[in-house]
Design a protein around this ligand. Structure first.
Ligand code: CMP
Length: 143
């Protein structure tokens, strides 16, 4: 079953949107298989955003994600990587459609509420980075 890494960023946690965001993915039919509320160490933030290392906003990105707790999650389901990206909406909330998470709640490019893996390769990399052994559950059967 396909898995993706999703994270409610500090702005989403502080605004009390964790429950709303979890509910959207649950109602869509995806399964939550890992979750933790955590403060992000600087080293992890830098590794997570490594592809943006040369961008002018890299420092801002790392400062923001380490500024207060995030809610890191693993979700599974058919086509969950691409579908979660659709449900999140465009990176810039100004361009995100109403009905998407960023379209409904996002404020700015950095305060865009949620991060989600953008490909199977990044999902694999990010899941390995954020979740260790024993931090995901398995469901025996659908109930
Ligand atoms: P995310 O999906 O977490 O991946 C990289 C993040 O960089 C992106 O969401 C935005 O929050 C942020 N970002 C992208 N472009 C800019 C920019 N021009 N200025 C500041 N932040 C940006």
């Amino acid at each position: 079953m396909e898995k993706t890494f999703l994270m409610v960023k500090p702005d989403g946690v502080q605004r009390g949107l964790v429950g709303e965001i979890v509910a959207r993915f649950e109602k869509k039919g995806f399964q939550l298989v890992g979750a933790k509320l955590m403060s992000v160490p600087k080293e992890l933030a830098e590794q997570h955003y490594a592809e943006h290392k040369e961008k002018p906003f890299f420092g801002e990105l790392v400062d923001f994600i380490t500024s207060s707790p995030v809610f890191a999650m693993v979700w599974q389901g058919e086509n969950v990587i691409a579908t979660a990206r659709q449900m999140m909406g465009k990176t810039n909330p100004a361009d995100a459609q109403p009905g998407t998470i960023r379209g409904d709640y996002g404020v700015s490019l950095s305060m865009n509420i949620i991060h989600g893996s953008d490909s199977p390769e990044s999902a694999e990399r990010e899941l390995a980075l954020w979740f260790g052994e024993g931090e995901q559950v398995e469901y025996q059967k659908a109930i």
